[in-house]
Design a protein around this ligand. Structure first.
Ligand SMILES: [Zn+2]
Length: 234
């Protein structure tokens, strides 16, 4: 039995005495490599997710792991839509207020109902639990937070666009003044023309304060003569 000697490692070329990492001489062998190594050593590498990352039981001491676990939960919750307006997710509507994941795998989802008159909230709570269970999360707590009250200001830009595409005029204007400093806690909607989601005309008129649900009012468009729902500013 013969032992084959492993080849000796190639000697690292000595750096010239006048080595300048900012202006390496590329013709000197190994000098540019060394300059690259010097740069790599000062650029912090992003916090890597540990190989044993478990989205359900993230180790809170590992930097960035809890964030990733929360993002994973948010992705699952992107499948939970408003029962009345199924093109809008609860994140689009601003109903989804917070997601937390504890080290022992408990998922806490905080939601705020659009307003007390909307009976959809029980359905949404059930849908949140069902979606997360289906994705393998067994320990789910849904917290209902009523204050501060939901406002259409929380609807995302993405949500407003989807709403218009769906044929419902998004809330126009901002609830803006509310609570602090305001004479009453009630939001003061700004009266603006509502744009017709069908043809884009601003020549529209309110027909009824209440549309297909209490959240919406019924409008008609003088340009295209189509009636449409408008999401109230709340
Ligand atoms: Zn129109």
């Amino acid at each position: 039995m013969s032992v084959v000697p492993s080849p000796a490692p190639a000697p690292t070329p000595a750096l010239p005495a006048n080595y300048d990492r900012k202006f390496p001489a590329p013709d000197e062998e190994g000098v540019t490599d060394r300059a690259v190594d010097d740069v790599v050593s000062v650029v912090p590498s992003p916090a890597a997710t540990p190989a044993n990352y478990d989205r359900k039981f993230p180790a809170p001491d590992e930097e960035g792991v809890i964030d990733q676990a929360v993002n994973d939960v948010r992705q699952v919750l992107d499948s939970v839509v408003d029962p009345e307006i199924p093109v809008l997710t609860i994140a689009d509507l601003g109903i989804l207020r917070d997601v937390a994941v504890s080290a022992d795998g408990q998922v806490t989802v905080t939601i705020t109902p659009t307003y007390s008159g909307c009976p959809a909230m029980d359905a949404i709570r059930d849908d949140v639990v069902t979606a997360l269970r289906a994705a393998g999360y067994d320990d789910v707590v849904v917290r209902l937070v009523l204050a501060p009250a939901w406002t259409t200001d929380w609807m995302s830009e993405d949500g407003r666009r989807k709403l218009a595409d769906y044929g419902i005029a998004p809330p126009s204007g901002r609830a803006a003044v509310r609570g602090v400093g305001a004479p009453s806690a009630a939001p003061i909607p700004l009266a603006l023309s509502v744009r017709c989601p069908q043809c884009g005309s601003l020549d529209t008129a309110e027909v009824s304060r209440f549309g297909s649900t209490a959240c919406k009012s019924l409008w008609s468009c003088r340009a295209c003569r189509e009636p449409f729902d408008s999401f109230k500013v709340l």
